[in-house]
Design a protein around this ligand. Sequence first.
Ligand SMILES: CC(C)(COP(=O)(O)OP(=O)(O)OC[C@H]1O[C@@H](n2cnc3c(N)ncnc32)[C@H](O)[C@@H]1OP(=O)(O)O)[C@@H](O)C(=O)NCCC(=O)NCCS
Length: 332
Amino acid sequence: MKQRLALPVGITATGQFYPERIVTNTDLANLVDTSDEWILTRTGIRTRRWVEPGVASSDLGAEALKMALERRGITADDLDAIVVATVTPDMFFPCTAALIQHKIGASNAYGFDVNAACSSFLFGLTTGAGLIAGLGMKRVAVVGCDVMTSIMDKSDRNTAVLFGDGAGAAILEQVEEGYGILDFEHRLDGSGAPFLCMPGGGSLHPSTAETVAAKMHYIHQDGKEVYKRAVRDMAEVSRLMLDRNGIGTGDLALFVPHQANVRIMDAAAKRLELPSERMASNIGEFANTTSATLPTALHQSVETGKLHKGDLVVLAAFGAGFTWGGALLRWV
Ligand SMILES: CC(C)(COP(=O)(O)OP(=O)(O)OC[C@H]1O[C@@H](n2cnc3c(N)ncnc32)[C@H](O)[C@@H]1OP(=O)(O)O)[C@@H](O)C(=O)NCCC(=O)NCCS
């Protein structure tokens, strides 16, 4: 198999962190006109975690990264760079990477944020790998962290039931030939912007009393359009990578799709003719944590013994933009 990067780069450790507060579907039914049955059958979500006021993305990201460092047996000082994937930075600036760097005391690292909505971690992963393969760095952390409750209208049943808060982290290093990121495919189509966005608070509509009254600082989406595109596009890029590397579905140990809706995930897996046992799923417990879905699903697959050295893994993501893509890895 041909390696796309100039050097083999792989994930050598993972970590995760969720806030403690568990919010059930029944809790949500006390806030908006919904039910446990509707949420479960339409999305597969049973519970999600919500932060307490004052807890931000960098707090979750720093904890997830500390776990990944510990699992790898290295310290924060060993990091050359921190790439943070998030759509809910603590503030517009400084970047969340700076806040995490300070919290964990990574005195030798530089860093920056990547925002490609729910594809942020995937794009951050290959960007981080590029820092090693192209710029000669030794150890790069990629952190996916989001506090979706900070941009979610808790009185809007269309979105309030879908998202949760959480963080996942991965350490990237040069690995043995034939391991790590073997291939990737990334896409961007800005004609999708109106279908999923947070219209207020940016340079187009700076925050004013009027934008806040119009709830422009919250997620707006056309769920049906996002649904259709997510299924089609995640399946298409995954198939493309498998085909061009001569990998049959039977050879794939694990499919790790973005966790937005279990029906989207199942439909994408079905198009790939993959049985559900070979799909990583944490949406039931944690809902859609945006930038954290892929690294937490990977971390949990490692921790539960579903992912072993040599396994072929496909990551697939889809998000606002539209942004989407995939990566093919041989697990280290
Ligand atoms: C949002 C989503 C769950 C809705 O599921 P759906 O099967 O498409 O449902 P519909 O849009 O057909 O809505 C059916 C009805 O349920 C209602 N409804 C929406 N949310 C509801 C809720 N939480 N509880 C009860 N009813 C709800 C709708 O208002 C609609 O009612 P109407 O027919 O009277 O207008 C689904 O479209 C989805 O998951 N889309 C992708 C969203 C996403 O993943 N976003 C992030 C991408 S990274």
